[in-house]
Write a protein that binds this ligand. Structure first.
Ligand SMILES: [Zn+2]
Length: 382
């Protein structure tokens, strides 16, 4: 059965000067209304211990210029603020004020064609047609559009489109995936996927450019110059942003290709549920990027499995996947298996275990056990 999904398409925009001015206004107004509504909510709560139900419309009288931007953009701020509060009530951090210079964006909704596309343009409320470059053909109903200006100065619109997808055929093959220590991932079929080479190269370049940026910050500080007025600093900031953007794009391509390949070839996919929130914050850039790659990878796997009718099973992160022998389920002690040990012989059944492959086989077995509990046909057990 085909399934209706929401798919985001990121499209590069080339706004003319007038459109750029409109975007700048929209970013400013949405940031302003977010901060203002949040500040008033906080004040109201301090005064009355009750929640203030404020709306953007209430502010339009006092701040006339809010009428110049798309009213749906302001309505979406209200929605987002509500969502941020709900998250806070569920244990996340308190909503933060937005600062100028962060990634600018605003979201509008398509109301009977207010957002539309042609072969080379995107039409948004109050902007007319904006020149655009589509990476792929977009079909389906556009639900919303989020315009953003990246730190590199590039404009994009992310179009959320209702699309039908067909489930992928069953393969009767299942797989366990372990986050490798030296490789990006290690699979229970014995294959390993290395960390892409471009990452380490770009990471080195990023580190270099960031060092230069830090120096320029110091120079401006010593000369008592504002960073916003230091041209060298600003130029370098864009340079750093460009390297970041490259890493993000290349990594996204890599993760998409890898994940769709895994989804196509397997029915049940078992992975470790690494709680990224619980991961130790690491100051080392390379480590931080690989950690975020892993969480991005599991996110992509999760929604693709959902789209294409496959099953993703997450294994509790405390499950001893490395220390258990996949041959006989004998469990080593922590002292028996320091991180430096890449392979080990099971003292019980004498099987030789490659550390990571053994772990991914255990992840698969545990995944299949959990999947079977959920009454899933576990044929093709490895
Ligand atoms: Zn064994």
């Amino acid at each position: 059965m085909p399934k209706q999904i929401l798919k985001a398409h990121k499209v590069r925009l080339y706004p003319n000067e007038e459109q750029q001015v409109f975007f700048a206004k929209s970013f400013g107004c949405t940031r302003f209304i977010w901060n203002r509504m949040l500040a008033d909510k906080i004040q109201h709560y301090q005064d009355t211990k009750t929640e203030l139900k404020n709306t953007p419309a209430q502010y339009k009288k006092e701040f006339d210029w809010l009428k110049e931007v798309d009213s749906l953009a302001l309505a979406n701020v209200q929605q987002n603020l509500k969502a941020a509060y709900n998250k806070f009530f569920k244990g996340s951090g308190f909503p933060k004020f937005k600062k100028k210079g962060q990634r600018d964006s605003y979201t509008t909704n398509n109301q009977k064609g207010t957002v539309a596309i042609t072969a080379n343009s995107v039409k948004l409320p109050k902007t007319g047609h904006i020149k655009a470059k589509f990476p792929a053909k977009i079909t389906g109903l556009i639900k919303s559009a989020t315009v953003s200006k990246e730190p590199t100065g590039k404009y994009f619109v992310s179009l959320l489109v209702e699309t039908m997808v067909e489930p992928l055929p069953k393969t009767h093959s299942n797989i366990g995936i372990d986050l490798g220590l030296t490789d990006f991932i290690v699979l229970s079929d014995g294959s390993k996927v290395a960390n892409p080479k471009f990452l380490s190269k770009l990471q080195a370049r990023l580190a270099k450019e960031q060092k230069i940026l830090a120096k320029r910050r110091e120079v401006a500080k010593t000369a008592n110059r504002k960073l916003s007025e230091s041209r060298n600093y600003q130029k370098q900031k864009v340079k750093v942003a460009k390297v970041y953007e490259k890493i993000t794009n290349k990594r996204r391509d890599f993760l998409h290709k890898l994940s769709i390949n895994i989804i196509k070839n397997h029915d049940v996919i078992a992975i470790e549920d690494l709680n990224v929130k619980g991961m130790v914050k690491n100051k080392k850039l390379a480590k931080a990027i690989s950690d975020s790659s892993w969480s991005a990878f599991t996110t992509v796997l999760a929604y693709k499995a959902e789209w294409y009718g496959k099953e993703l099973v997450k294994i509790d992160r405390w499950y001893p996947s490395s220390k258990t022998c996949s041959g006989c389920t004998h469990v080593l002690t922590k002292a028996d298996l320091p991180l430096s040990v890449r392979s080990w012989n099971c003292p019980s059944c004498l099987q030789k275990n490659d550390r990571d492959i053994n772990a991914s086989i255990n992840i698969l077995n545990e995944g299949l056990r959990l999947a079977t509990l959920k009454t899933v046909d576990a044929t093709g057990l490895a």
